[in-house]
Design a binder for this molecule. Sequence first.
Ligand code: NAD
Length: 518
Amino acid sequence: MSLVRLIGAEFRLMAQRSYSSAPATTKMFIDGKFVESQTKEWIDLHNPATNEVISRVPKCTQAEMQAALESNKKAFKSWSQQSVLSRQQVMFKLQALIKQNMGELAKNITTEQGKTLADAEGDVLRGLQVVEHSCSIPSLAMGETVANVARDMDTYSLVLPLGVTAGIAPFNFPAMIPLWMFPVAITCGNTMLLKPSERVPGSTMLLMELLNEAGCPPGVVNVIHGQHDAVNFICDAPEIKAVSFVGSDTAGKYIYERAGRNGKRVQSNMGAKNHGVVMVDANKENTLNQLAGAAFGAAGQRCMALSTALFVGEAQQWIPDLVERAKKLKVNAGHVAGTDVGPVISAQSKQRINELIESGVKEGAKLILDGRNVKVPGYEAGYFVGPTILADVTPDMQCYKEEIFGPVLVILNADTLDEAIQTVNANPYGNGTAIFTTNGATARKFVNEIDVGQVGVNVPIPVPLPMFSFTGTRGSFRGDHHFYGKMGVKFYTQTKTVTQLWRETDVTHTQAAVAMPT
Ligand code: NAD
């Protein structure tokens, strides 16, 4: 066992051990080491299935955040000058290590976030695919050349890193979203200051352990914790050149504006309200299963969850069958075998979800499946909400206007495909949508006319693999370049263009040329 592995084992023990009644603390990761914060302000981290406090997360002090940033700055000098192949090697090793530690990462995600173990493995796997994609960055970050732009003159461009970058992540994909950020940023030659969600920092810490073991030099990625102060530090630090954010609208707009005002590049992925449009010519069995999975899987806490269904015309007769499927889903703690729907992230989140369901009822929607009073034996203190369906919802209702982010499906009716398309396009969000049909012409019309960045045809959650980019649009995104794919590389790099003149014969200039070179 290597030294880093031993340190890692020690870290894991520390994360699990509790001293008397005090839970273990989450460390910072600075300069390749796991460091205890000296802060006096801590956030309790609860297991959502049990309500137990499982760790305390520091709100890092200004001095600690500054130390992390200094370490990133120092590391950038050498990391950016390393060969592209040596940076690629770190990704190859990280890829193998994540695969080996998949089970442990998934367990940590289930404990901190609540999702089922199978879903937690999916969370890691979708992030792992970005690590694999990052192995191709040496080819993606190539410049261009034109020889002989003038006599004896060539122009070529170099694709170069920006410097220190930063990532701010949400709670719902504890491994995948940090993995959308740091692998691409660092393989391009940047360093990164990462702030995971204070509600699920554990898998990021495990990933840092693996990054150490993969041979990544100290300071290339540093991890700080906290809430607003940490976010403000990132938005304001002049040395941070680019900020990647994924999370809610409130935070995303704030970060986009504050970091943007400070001259930084920002990519900000925000909330969503994704519609599944069901045509009567669809494969009924398959469509209803896909819809139930995409609405209630991960307890609806996916930015690409199909949280809204639009049944067109006679397809409305299928709604009772959808309710039957949803009723069969098992609500339980994420680590219990056979669980379909785990808890939501917090007591506040459960309360908010229940209030939005109630608002739907008050505004005239029909509550055809009510998961508010679900009981989970053995986990009475957990934050559970069972699958819930509100039918006859209209666009003016609160439960339609707000992202619920829980296991709640709202159903709207449409008489025609045109009406369904109009409803989707009138919604301010543009993250994802899907149509279920067996008619190619219907599918084509939908793809053509729908104003949403990620479209599924008989695919409920159309998140593209990382050779493409995650292309949410309208209210779901602010920025120019999306996460991962070619756009991810563009986001984390800048271009230097060189125009060079090497005369074949030594020419003596007799006079300065003052006109604009053409
Ligand atoms: P969140 O905005 O509460 O938290 C995200 C990050 O921002 C955290 O690190 C948090 O510390 C920080 N933060 C929270 N409130 C802040 C504020 N007011 N000002 C500054 N920083 C703040 O989001 P969440 O609840 O962790 O995640 C769920 C949200 O993320 C949902 O809206 C979901 O749709 C969205 N999401 C979007 C995508 C996407 O790609 N579009 C992917 C995953 C999640």
